[in-house]
Every structure is written in C-alpha cells, then in structure tokens.
Design a protein around this ligand. Structure first.
Ligand code: TRP
Length: 461
C-alpha cells in the first residue's frame, strides 16, 4: 500500500511556489551583474530569446514528467522508461540538489547577515569608496559570521520544508512572494526617482551589440537554466504535487513571465541606483554586496531601503532553497520510504556539512584549490555548468525520443484542452523547440563548459 502523497492546495499555490523556486539569487544577485558585465541591453535581448526558445519548452517538459508520474525525479524516470539509465538521470538531479543547495545557502546566508548589518547601520560608517569592499571581505573572511548565517539559513529552510508541501512550502510562498513583489516595486520606484536614473535605463535598454559574442550567448543560455530552476528535477518535483486539472503550458508560461519580470525589475532597481551615484555596473559578483551599500549611503532614505533590499534578497533565496531541499526530500520519501520529518532533518544536516567547505572557501580554505577553483567555485561550476545543462539535455531527449511525443502530448492535453483545440500551433512549437533547438543549443553550452574545464586542467598539468 502506498501512503497518500502530498499535493498542492490550489493552482495559485503551485504557481507561487514554482515562481518562488525560479525567482531567487539568480534574478537579483546574478542576472544584474552578468547583464552588467556583458553590455546590458543587448545581453538582455539574447537572454530573453534563450528563455523563450529553450527555457519554456524544457520547463513544460519537466513539469509534465512530474505531473504525469506523481513521483520524485528518480521514480518519475523509472516509471516512464523502466530503465536504469534514465533512473540514474533522475539520480543526477538528486545529487544536483545536494550540491546546489550547499553553496546557494552560503550566499543566502550573506544576504541574511546583511539584513543585520543594514539594521545596525554599518554601511554608514564607510568613508571611502573602497570601504564597502573591505567591509565585505572582512565579513566573509570571518568564519563565525560566514558559517553562522549559513547554518541559520539552512535551519529556516528546513523548518519550512518540515511543515510540508501545503502547510510549509505553499503557505510560505503565499506569504513571501507578495512581499517580494511589493519590496521590489518600492525599490524600483526609489531607483527611478533618483537623479541620474536615466543613465541606468539607457544602459539597460540601449543595445551595444559590440559586447555580444559567442561567450555571452552561452552565458545567457546557462543562466536561462539556472534562473528557471531547470535541469535537476526541481520543477519536476513541484509538478509531481500538481493536480491533472491544472494546465501545464499555461502554468509554465506564468512562471516564466514572473521570473523574467522580476529579473528585469531587479535590473532597473539596481542599475538606476548604481548609475545615479556613478559606480561601475560591471563590478561582477560583488555588485550587490560591495557596490549597493555604497549606493544606499548616498541615497535619501538609504537606511530603510538598505534593510528592505536585503530582506528582499533573503526572501527570494528562501523560496528557492526550499525547492532544492524538497527535491532531495521527495527522493528519500518516495523511493526509500523515509518518513518526511526524518528526511528533512537528516538531509538538511548532510547539506549543512557539505556546505561547510564552501562557507570556508572565503577564509581558512581560500588557498585550497581544485582545478584552480576554490571549493565553493568548484561545486558551483560542476553543478551549474555541467549537471544542469546535462540534465536539461537529457530531459529534452527523454521527452522527445524516449518517452515519445505522442504519449507526452496525451498527458499534456489534460487540463489544457482549450489551448490544444484553439491554438494547436503552440503545441507544434513546443515539439520543434524541444526536439531540435533545445538539445542542440544545450549541447553547445555543455561543450563550452567542458572547454573551460579543459583549459583549467591544462593550466595545471
Ligand atoms: N532558480 C533559482 C534562482 O534563480 C535557483 C534554483 C532553485 C535552482 N532551484 C534550482 C537552480 C534548481 C537550478 C536548479 O536563484
């Protein structure tokens, strides 16, 4: 006898939870800085194309596999294919969940710690432009600060997942997502009303095609995966708690829309502010932690806005981290028969231990290098640049050729009858994109990533 499996309480609950998974550090921390480094507007156009041509079709595929099988990633692939190989593709997703959460929670911990710094008004002690970078380096260089907030963040994540799909993840998303939208709109308005904001807008909307090369296309593609939580079964897992009455294509479209909207609004909020005070938009990964505090000092109401910003960042990270933990939990519950509460405690603990070397990569382990990367960067690279694209590639091949489009379409139609009858071309597009564009383009991203790895290895041999 199977135990009764959990499910979402409502369609809105599912959309908010899935959008919450998609919207995270990727949108607010990573997207603005990679757009900043790759020329702004022209990069954004390429990114939007990647989202539409690859992100959306793969997202539909993932949610559909989950909804059809009502299983964790391993069980889902096994059920549809009856093959060990494909079950192990699901297994790769579970491993991905462990790895991604272990380093994701480190940065999320910084965001949490920065709420406290903002409340203390620490940024207002900065006297020179370099102070905020030094301050940041001092904080992440401090083992207790770094590990402490990392563990605290993992604890909050575990508490929400512990409470379950409806009472934890769904309820949490229903509370946190509206707050997130609200805070971001306030920050965007603050940015837009600063003197000199138009320079930031120009940077965001005037394309500079000279900065776009093959490299930036690949970065855009890789990010499309990360930002939509694709390639490791997170959306598959969330889809597995979904009712067959909810339309998969419509839900996917709403998730993509919300995720893209939030990335763009975050871009506006951040670049209008950065340009208004004349700082460098291409500051890289430190953009949010080094550059923004110096922006807040100079902006009227900066004390309040700095607190709001880091609360926003923490909430965004939290609605994503719970989806990562849930993937791992669902596997141990569905496949290994663990009781959910036990799974949450044990797995959150394992991930916290796995994350320790990542948290220490900014202090005591700074000189410990694997292929020239510190532990944190190494795990990030393996997960985001190898596992996710590989997972996405295999998922599109699976639906297009192994499970088979005809079977997939019969399932996709459920809950989406109107769309199928009124706009059959949508379905045709999905087929073409999933069959050809997605695998070919993802394959290129993968080659590129492996190429980088190759270079790194060569450097050291
Ligand atoms: N999409 C999230 C972000 O943009 C991160 C994330 C959550 C994720 N779950 C994932 C990324 C699964 C890849 C796979 O921050």
């Amino acid at each position: 006898m199977e135990n009764k499996r959990e499910s979402w309480g409502s369609k809105t609950g599912f959309i908010l939870a899935a959008a919450g998974s998609a919207i995270g550090l990727g949108n607010i921390w990573k997207f603005p800085y990679i757009a900043g480094e790759n020329g702004g507007a022209s990069f954004i156009i390429v990114y939007l194309i990647c989202i539409a041509v690859i992100g959306l079709p793969v997202l539909i595929a993932e949610i559909l596999i989950g909804r059809t099988t009502q299983r964790d990633p391993v069980g889902a692939f096994r059920k549809l294919s009856n093959s060990k190989f494909w079950a192990s593709v699901g297994g790769m997703g579970i491993v991905g969940g462990f790895l991604i959460l272990s380093f994701y929670a480190v940065i999320a911990g910084w965001a949490l710690g920065y709420i406290v710094e903002a409340l203390k008004g620490s940024f207002f002690n900065f006297t020179e432009p370099t102070s905020s970078a030094n301050y940041f380096n001092d904080l992440v260089g401090n083992i207790f600060w770094n590990l402490g907030y990392f563990i605290l963040f993992m604890l909050i994540t575990a508490v929400i997942v512990w409470a379950g799909i409806r009472k934890g993840i769904e309820r949490g998303s229903k509370i946190m997502m509206p707050i997130l939208f609200f805070l971001l709109i306030i920050l965007m308005i603050r940015g837009l009303t600063l003197e000199g904001a138009e320079n930031g807008m120009k940077f965001l909307w005037d394309p500079d095609w000279s900065k776009i090369g093959p490299q930036s296309v690949l970065i855009a593609l890789g990010h499309a995966f990360f930002t939509l939580s694709l390639g490791m079964g997170a959306m598959l897992t969330y889809g597995s708690y979904m009712s067959k009455k909810t339309s998969v294509p419509n839900s996917a479209l709403q998730i993509v829309f919300l995720d893209t909207l939030i990335a763009l609004i975050a871009g506006i909020a951040i670049f209008t502010s950065v340009f208004a005070v004349g700082l460098d938009p291409a500051a890289g990964p430190g953009l949010i932690f080094h550059t923004l505090p110096s922006v807040f000092i100079k902006m009227p109401g900066g004390y309040i806005f700095s607190i709001l910003f880091f609360v926003l960042l923490t909430i965004a990270a939290l609605t994503s981290s719970i989806s990562l933990l849930q993937v791992v939990v669902s596997y141990f519950v569905d496949e290994r028969g663990w009781q959910r509460h036990r799974a949450v405690i044990v797995l959150a603990l394992v991930i916290s231990i796995l994350g320790i070397p990542s948290a220490l990569s900014f202090n005591v382990l700074a000189d410990f290098k694997i292929f020239g990367l510190n532990f944190f960067a190494f795990v990030d690279f393996i997960a985001s640049n190898i596992l996710l694209p590989l997972g996405g590639l295999l998922i599109s091949i699976f639906v297009a050729w192994v499970w088979g489009f005809d079977k997939a379409l019969v399932n996709l139609r459920e809950g989406a009858e109107k769309l199928f009858d009124n706009n059959p071309w949508v379905i045709k597009f999905w087929k073409i994109f999933l069959r050809f564009f997605a695998p070919v383009l993802i394959f290129l991203v993968l080659l590129h990533s492996i190429g980088i790895l190759d270079k790194i290895i060569n450097m050291f041999s």
